[in-house]
Ligand binder design. Structure first.
Ligand code: THU
Length: 133
């Protein structure tokens, strides 16, 4: 991993440790790198009323907005278990609002990055802000 990705991985893992996931017991951490280079982390926050819970990616995007930024260059998501913890459909669309289709989305497990995709691969032929201009 490049030093930049190492930092994103460490930050995502620290966020994952802070996730609130008593219902699924599936903790997720996410980090977005804004085009400024600054990193913003988020973790999933579940709720007894299940649909009210929020994903790690949504938290990271909210943190980026509070940091005064709105352009995503790269994303790293970490989850446990044997399967790839790829963003859910809704989060792919959330990322699409702020990231180009060429943005790399790195999917990590406890030991590091397992696979990387572009946003366009995860959400092909997508509807985005340009559609409304
Ligand atoms: N989850 C995320 O936070 N991000 C993902 O990319 C996949 C799923 C959360 C939602 C829920 O709290 C838990 O993981 C199980 O679905």
């Amino acid at each position: 991993m490049s030093p930049a990705l190492d930092t994103m991985f460490a930050m995502a893992k620290a966020a994952q440790d802070k996730a609130y996931a008593p219902h699924s017991r599936f903790r997720v951490g996410a980090v977005v790198r804004a085009t400024s280079g600054r990193l913003y982390a988020g973790a999933n926050v579940e709720n007894a009323a299940y649909p009210v819970g929020t994903c790690a990616e949504a938290g990271a995007i909210a943190a980026m907005m509070l940091g005064g930024e709105s352009a995503i260059a790269e994303v790293l998501v970490i989850g446990d278990g044997p399967s790839l913890c790829t963003p859910c459909g809704a989060c792919r669309q959330r990322l699409r609002e702020f990231a180009p289709e060429t943005a790399q989305i790195h999917i990590a497990g406890p030991d590091g990055i397992r696979r990387s995709f572009t946003l366009g691969e995860l959400l092909p032929h997508s509807f985005g802000p340009e559609n409304l201009r």
